[in-house]
Design a protein around this ligand. Structure first.
Ligand code: HGY
Ligand code: MN
Ligand code: MN
Ligand code: MN
Length: 418
């Protein structure tokens, strides 16, 4: 590994560790959108961007932007290359998911300056405040704002404490009425690159530090509510109950059964959140609300699995005499990475690692799913230990961090020549 890559690796590790100290909880890493922790992390990222010589601003959605101006005239005029990822986390998160993509962008700008590379386009690094969609039942808010894909009627969505996105934005210093103005014009951007940990085992099993992403899986998030009849746990005979939680348990097992059936299309189904009411040990649950995260390698496979689940849920509702509703909270089709960006990334990975770059699909969602509404997207994956992510055991070798930044720098330089 070159001295440059080693120093990049150490710097990246230090920045990852510094961000990891900013959490709502002293014992685990949790940093949600529009919280004090989001603000502190955005400010720290803003300082790094300034240190890299970028002009810095926070937009109406709470995204931190750092801009390095073009170094020379060129065909791209005053268009810009966007590089980004997210600085929010899931609950009890790992420290690399999202943050490394922002840090890699900042270090790549520093490295390009250090090497006096004059680019014919601006480079803008974006630190999105909401990719995970943990606090509110909406995801990709930052990248959807920049790409003009936000849609409406999301400002009244509320978090677990009943705070709306609108009020949270105002309290944070954002501007809910200015979100639409933040959208970039499609012609003003030459592409979006994101460096992200793989969050899967493929690269590690192949013994490769980096990979080029082919596409981001088709993804849907649903909210299922089952309304039964609360009753006395001691007096209502089993055969006349309308137990909402027993019905929910059957539904959850059916989502697992259907996803297994569509496993060949990499179909996965996850129920990560559930709320039982009234929530007492001696009361038959009357209402259960839970999340369903459903993904597949193709839109068709996800739609088929979703239809099969809906059909089976309706039957359970009739059989058990409970009311079932399914609300679609978020759906994103497969986001395909642009061939010319895949090639630039693959060439840069080849130079940085001396190996032919492996192409792989992303089962995890990323900001590129929103940015594809604006421009071509490309992603560099970095291997992570046993593919573990959304878990404090998430781990990336420091050396791989430096190699990933090297590959990002190489990708940007090759885009300057194209
Ligand atoms: O859910 C995802 O795949 C991403 O981590 N938000
Ligand atoms: Mn992520
Ligand atoms: Mn994540
Ligand atoms: Mn992402």
């Amino acid at each position: 590994m070159s001295e440059d890559a080693r120093s990049l690796a150490q710097r990246a590790q230090g920045m990852i560790d510094a961000l990891a100290t900013i959490s709502a909880d002293p014992d685990k890493l949790t940093r949600l959108y529009l919280t004090e922790q989001h603000r502190a992390a955005a400010q720290l990222v803003g300082e790094w961007m300034r240190r890299a010589g970028m002009t810095v601003r926070m937009d109406a959605a709470g995204t931190m932007h750092g801009v390095m101006p073009a170094g020379r005239a060129g065909r791209s005029g005053n268009r810009r290359l966007l590089i980004g990822s997210h600085i929010d986390t899931v609950v009890d998160a790992g420290r690399f998911d999202g943050t490394f993509g922002v840090i890699a962008g900042i270090l790549a700008v520093e490295e390009l300056r250090r090497r006096n590379v004059a680019l014919p386009f601006e480079v803008e690094v974006l630190a999105f405040g909401d990719e995970e969609g943990v606090r509110f039942p909406k995801t990709l808010i930052g990248s959807s704002t920049v790409s003009g894909a936000l849609g409406d009627a999301m400002l009244d969505l509320t978090d677990a404490n009943g705070v709306t996105i609108r009020d949270a934005l105002l309290a944070f210093g954002g501007d809910p009425d200015a979100l639409a103005d933040e959208a970039y014009a499609p012609g003003s951007v030459i592409g979006y690159l994101e460096v992200h940990i793989e969050q899967g085992p493929v690269l590690e099993q192949a013994g490769e530090p980096l990979g080029v992403v082919s596409a981001i899986a088709s993804q849907g998030r649903y909210r299922i509510a089952i309304k039964g009849e609360a009753g006395h746990a001691g007096t209502v005979p089993m055969d006349v109950r309308h137990d909402a939680l027993a019905a929910a348990a059957q539904v959850i097992l059916i989502t697992e059964e259907i996803a297994l059936k569509h496993q060949k299309a990499s179909c996965v189904a996850t129920v990560g959140e559930i709320k039982v009411s009234p929530g007492a040990s001696n009361v038959i649950p009357g209402l259960v609300e839970f999340s369903l995260d459903l993904r597949a390698a193709t839109d068709e496979a996800r739609a088929t699995a979703a239809e099969a689940i809906r059909y089976r849920i309706r039957n359970i509702g009739v059989k058990r005499g409970v009311l079932v509703s399914i609300e679609t909270m978020h759906e994103k089709p497969v986001a395909t990475c642009a061939p010319h960006l895949k090639k630039a990334i693959a060439d840069a990975i080849g130079k940085a690692t001396g190996k032919k770059a492996r192409e792989l699909m992303s089962g995890a969602g990323h900001d590129g799913q929103a940015m594809i509404h604006l421009t071509d997207i490309g992603m560099i994956f970095v291997r992570c230990r046993a593919g573990i992510s959304h878990n404090p055991l998430e781990f990336v070798e420091t050396e791989d961090l430096g190699t990933a930044v090297e590959a990002l720098v190489g990708t940007i330089e090759s885009m300057a020549d194209s």
